[in-house]
Design a protein around this ligand. Structure first.
Ligand code: GUN
Length: 283
């Protein structure tokens, strides 16, 4: 079997087209969805991610603003900026790019964002609502992963899904959302013994380990849907995933590329959350 390559880029494009129509409608009603991104410091990867987010906003008609602060910015200053944004009625979504410099508490910053403006879905109230299965702003990458799996036409309900990685941003929420879609979910992580024993039983395999090329064909059940969330820069400067693309492609039914798989979906879900947040705040 040769896997169908799941082009997140194309799925993202079609969702963005739908969003552009929705935003144009909202604008006619006098509502312009607005996203403010706050970036502290000069991490090149963060700058690149933030550019992608601004570009995405432009594409669908969301008003976007970027607040750039130097790495020496204090936590107090940053919390002050968030307080102002919380009170600004033209700002419907606030995203503070992570990681933050070590002297700033990410926990305190995330908690300071108004939950209705938390388009990352990282605030403890939104995480709590997600766990409870309540309607809420979902974290963008996990939401994008679920949308991508659905677009393959794969029925998630009743399938065995294995998630490798247990981060707060990806592994934990992906597992939970898959379970809410009625999958039977196994979570694996860096301490899992005999990893293959679990992964070879997966109908759906989501890999979020942050380790380049860690998953090979020996880990994959023939015909599985494989979603690679990893983004790793290797010595040659090339971006690669956590999955050995060429060999897993030979046996999976669907496989996401890196780049161009999950990444474009993450930004698209951020745009979607901003529109949802704007609608909610306008009520
Ligand atoms: N840094 C890397 N990924 C993310 C993300 O999804 N949101 C934020 N705020 N920062 C990030």
């Amino acid at each position: 079997m040769t896997a169908t390559i799941l082009q997140g880029k194309e799925v993202a494009k079609s969702i963005r087209e739908e969003l552009a129509v929705e935003v144009a409608e909202l604008k006619k009603q006098g509502l312009v969805p607005g996203l403010t991104v706050v970036l502290v410091g000069d991490d090149p990867a963060s700058h690149s991610y933030v550019r992608g987010k601004s570009k995405g906003c432009e594409e669908v008609g969301i008003r976007s603003e970027l607040i750039l602060k130097e790495a020496s910015t204090t936590e107090e200053e940053l919390l002050g900026i968030i307080r102002d944004l919380n009170e600004n009625p033209n700002v419907h979504g606030i995203l503070v790019q992570l990681p933050l410099p070590a002297h700033i508490s990410e926990k305190a910053v995330i908690a300071a964002i108004h939950p209705e403006k938390d388009v990352d879905g990282f605030h403890p109230i939104n995480v709590g609502n997600m766990v409870l299965g309540n309607e809420t702003l979902l974290p963008c990458t996990p939401h994008g992963v679920i949308e991508l799996i659905k677009r393959t036409g794969t029925e998630i309900s009743g399938k065995h899904a294995v998630v490798i990685g247990r981060s707060n941003i990806v592994g934990k929420p992906v597992s939970l959302l898959l379970q809410q879609e009625n999958a039977t979910v196994t979570m694996c992580h860096s301490r899992t013994q005999n990893l293959e024993e679990f992964t070879t039983k997966a109908d759906i395999l989501v890999v979020a380990t942050g380790r380049a090329h860690m998953i090979g064909k020996e880990h994959v059940k023939p015909g599985a849907v494989v979603i690679d969330v990893g983004v790793n820069r290797i010595d040659s400067g090339k971006l690669v995933g956590d999955v050995k693309f060429d060999e897993v492609q030979e046996i999976a039914s669907f496989l996401t590329p890196v780049p161009g798989g999950v990444g474009p979906m993450t930004i698209t879900m951020l745009l979607k959350n901003t529109v949802v947040a704007a609608r909610k705040q306008a009520q």
